[in-house]
Structure formats: C-alpha cells, structure tokens
Design a protein around this ligand. Sequence first.
Ligand code: NVA
Length: 243
Amino acid sequence: GMYQLGGYPMYLNSNDMQLGRGESIKDTARVLSRYLDGLMIRTFEQSKVEELAKYATIPIINGLTDEYHPCQILADLMTVKERKNKLEGLKVAFIGDGNNIANSFIVAALKLGMKFTLACPEGYEPLDEVLEFALGNDDFRLVRDKRKAAQDADVIVTDVWTSMGQEEEAKKRLLDFSGYIIDENLMTLTNPNCIVQHCLPAHKVEEISEGVFESHAEEIFDEAENRLHVQKAVMVKLMASHK
Ligand code: NVA
C-alpha cells in the first residue's frame, strides 16, 4: 500500500530496534516520531499500541493485537458495502471465537447501525469492555447456538479457533469449538445471497467447510484484496491530515 501511494515503507521487528535491547516503548515512540510519518504496529498486547500512541507524535495504526483488529474489519466492511450497497440494517452473524476480529467487528457494526449476533462457546466471549459497549443495544445478541446466529443473516463471519500466540491451547480449542463450523447445513438458514467473510488463513473443516469456503471464495478473496485498498485509505486519511 505504501509503495503504491509513493511512500517508503520500512519493516522493523523488535530486534531491529532498541526495543529488542530493553528500550521503553515511550522512548521508542519519541525516537521513531522524529524519523517517520506514520507507524503501523502488529503486536500482542493492545496496551503496547496505546502506550506507543500516547508518546508518539505521528499517527499510530493498530495492525493487529490480541484484543482488536480494526484494519481487518475496515476491509470486511468495504467488501460488504461493495456487495450489498449498504451497511445499515444488515444482519451480521459471527460464529466462533470472541477474539480480536469479533471485538472490532462488534464495535464497528453497532456504530454503523448493523445488527450483530455472536455465537461462541462458553469461555470464549468478547472482551468485557466490548460487552459493556454492546449489551443493552438491541442490535446485539450473544448466543451459544450457531443456528440462532445464522438465521436470516446477510453476512456470516468467522475466524480461526486458535489465534496467533495461542498455539499451546490449540488442542483444547479444537474440542471447545467443535460444532461451530460454518457448513452447508448452516448456510441453508441465512438470507438468500448471504456473503461469507474470513480474514484468513482458513482452517477448512475446522471453522469453515471446504464447500462453503469455495462457494464464497470470491467474497473472501475480495476481502483479502480490500485489505490493501482500505489500508491505503487509512494511511492517506491519517498521514495527509497530519502533515
Ligand atoms: N484472530 C486471528 C486474526 C488473524 C488475521 C489472529 O489473531 O491470529
């Protein structure tokens, strides 16, 4: 995206920076702010992104944390809008883990007037702060039964059962999520022309069947492509107004 916009991207991991030698985020934020026009960070703890943003004087973009994944959700929303020509009033069903994707999607969907139902097993609910925001809003439902969520849905969303950093829990998660697959049976309950979104990589026969994935591949790969376009929009919006 940055190349296409005519900018100069740099990829830095913590070992390329003094962060890897114990420099505080506060100081790294102030150093990098002197060199760069913007910074996207992908890390585990949301608190690190917020610390960086607090001390940086350039735009900081959350490229993914354990808690939130706003850039991905912008790509999903762009894809839904392209396909449905609107967002308001659409019914979104998220089947699976109440993770970073679910957290960001709930907040975005409710702000945009979409109806959002999350079906997740016990113990895999979204963040408390997200539930506080969502519960009480008539457009939000949390259910255990995936069929209730899929009923009349316009958009079905899912994600892996084991996110990055959770690899040690993979076996337990496989058991806890069993049955939460999006398969052909489930798709019979949705509205006609329901679209499917998956942020990828997909684990077929875990969260989604091969058949559902392939019959909705166009939408899913549009979603992947839209990561590029919408992130360019984010960078233009933040960096152009920053200068
Ligand atoms: N929940 C996934 C999203 C990947 C795009 C993860 O955090 O690994």
